[in-house]
Design a protein around this ligand. Sequence first.
Ligand code: ADP
Ligand code: MG
Length: 125
Amino acid sequence: MADYVVEARGLVQRYGDLVAVDGLDFMVEKGEVYGLIGPNGSGKTTVIKLVCGLLKPHAGSVRVLGMQVADPKLSHQIGYMPQEIAIYPDLTVHDNVRFFGEVYGLSKKEVEKRSSWISRSSRSL
Ligand SMILES: Nc1ncnc2c1ncn2[C@@H]1O[C@H](COP(=O)(O)OP(=O)(O)O)[C@@H](O)[C@H]1O
Ligand SMILES: [Mg+2]
């Protein structure tokens, strides 16, 4: 069992010459609600991208549930809800659900089942 849900050690992330994250260490324990706060541009989104494995750190490491974030077993264990709206307004409800279902690796049958259910439900709202 992992000691920490998130364990970041010496994280460094640069964008060109700009050092966005400079040797960050932090740990999040199981059941803990952890707030990452700071002014705009202080590197919060960059840290979240590192924790989700969307960026590879220039130095340091992040472990989630004891695994390196690059481990494919982790991709189904991490949920990320961004501040910005994460749907495509140009697509129908049905097509949004289909798109995200496919991205998350649901079977074709499951994607169809869920997208037709949500389309029917949204029509009755
Ligand atoms: N893709 C990028 N390319 C270049 N600079 C970036 C990029 N993303 C973020 N930055 C810069 O890195 C710094 C940290 O940004 P960010 O992680 O978005 O901070 P926060 O989420 O706290 O506002 C800022 O100076 C920002 O301009
Ligand atoms: Mg941000």
